[in-house]
Design a protein around this ligand. Structure first.
Ligand SMILES: C[S@@+](CC[C@H](N)C(=O)[O-])C[C@H]1O[C@@H](n2cnc3c(N)ncnc32)[C@H](O)[C@@H]1O
Length: 311
């Protein structure tokens, strides 16, 4: 897979224009093209030939800047167009580890959806492995194919097929090192999964509802899969920042250093501390590094059920 493999930006490349961790955009580089955002106007011609990761400055004002990052699977998941619900990084990482993916593996997937997981599967098995992904929705399959092409991912084949109704194609019998299902009724595909998996290889099925998990587990049991286990992956992200706090213990010009543990705190004259604004009035605020979970951390996405095919 060629995603992010070239170190300098060429015409036709997809670049992730990074403003901050929660503000990024995928842009295809075109000669004569321009990007306008709140930081200014940026000419694509200035990007061509620059290494991925470069910081480029707005030519008019000279103060605004953005970073031009390579479209790695991690970033792609954050910027892709959502044509369906998608898998996010916590689940994706767990799937790749749980399915024991490595370069050279052959992976089957259905449905393709927006290609979020597919992009990471392709990276995990590259350069010699291959992902065969299927979706029964033709326009969605076409758009995913286009995204893979634009991102120069060349080890994915997208097929249009009803996997719940028809199963995986016969030519994939006994070829798969792993299978991933993100389907509304995954239990209908389990027999076909068994036919395609190599001995001792694993399947993972993602479902948002526990009733779907129960039916899938029954199907895995019926077809003699072993080591059937279900997980819910919850992620908690933290923001770490320096903040100036007003210490409510200010008393007669003395403050406690709130950045120290209570037993080490020593009262000091607040006027000795530099003020954040550079003024010389008594300073009632203290700089401290704060770490706290993001308020908008995502909760439940779905359940991941793993099952191994018996030798
Ligand atoms: C939630 S999306 C998959 C999202 C994908 N995992 C991602 O990370 O972008 C589910 C997809 O399954 C497809 N699908 C539903 N039933 C199907 C079937 N019987 N055969 C093949 N694909 C099917 C839908 O068209 C949809 O695109």
């Amino acid at each position: 897979m060629a995603i992010a493999s070239s170190s300098s930006i060429r015409e036709g490349d997809v670049v992730i224009v990074y403003e901050r961790h929660d503000r990024m955009k995928a842009v295809t580089v075109r000669k004569g093209g321009e990007l306008q955002n709140r930081f200014g106007v940026f000419r694509h011609d200035d990007w061509i030939g620059k290494p991925f990761g470069s910081r480029v400055v707005d030519k008019k004002k000279g103060s605004g800047f953005v970073y031009l990052l390579a479209p790695s699977p991690v970033l792609w998941t954050l910027v892709l167009s959502h044509r369906t619900q998608i898998l996010y990084l916590a689940d994706i990482s767990f799937v790749i580890c749980g399915l024991e993916l490595r370069p050279g593996c052959v992976v089957l997937e259905s449905g393709t959806g927006s290609g979020s997981l597919t992009t990471s599967l392709a990276r995990a098995v590259a350069p010699s492995g291959h992902v065969h992904t299927f979706d029964f929705h033709e326009p969605r399959a076409s758009l995913a194919r286009k995204d893979f092409e634009n991102n120069r991912i060349n080890n994915v084949t997208v097929g249009v097929r009803d996997i719940q109704g028809q199963g995986f194609p016969e030519e994939l019998t006994d070829k798969a090192n792993a299978v991933f299902l993100d389907l509304p009724q995954p239990w209908l595909a389990v027999e076909s999964v068994l036919i395609c998996l190599r001995p001792n290889a694993s399947c993972c099925s993602f479902s948002p509802c526990i009733e779907q998990v129960q039916r899938t587990c029954e199907a895995f049991r019926k077809y003699n899969f072993v080591d059937i286990r279900t997980f819910e992956v919850l992620l908690r992200s933290y923001e770490i920042r320096k903040e100036f706090l007003t210490d409510i213990s200010v008393n007669n010009g003395e403050v406690e250093d709130a950045s120290l543990p209570p037993q080490k705190r020593r009262r000091s004259d607040s006027s000795e501390k530099p003020r954040p604004d550079g003024g010389d009035a008594p300073n009632p605020s203290i700089g401290a590094v704060m770490a706290r979970p993001y308020a908008e951390t995502k909760g439940h996405t779905g359940f991941l059920t793993f099952a191994r095919c018996q030798v």
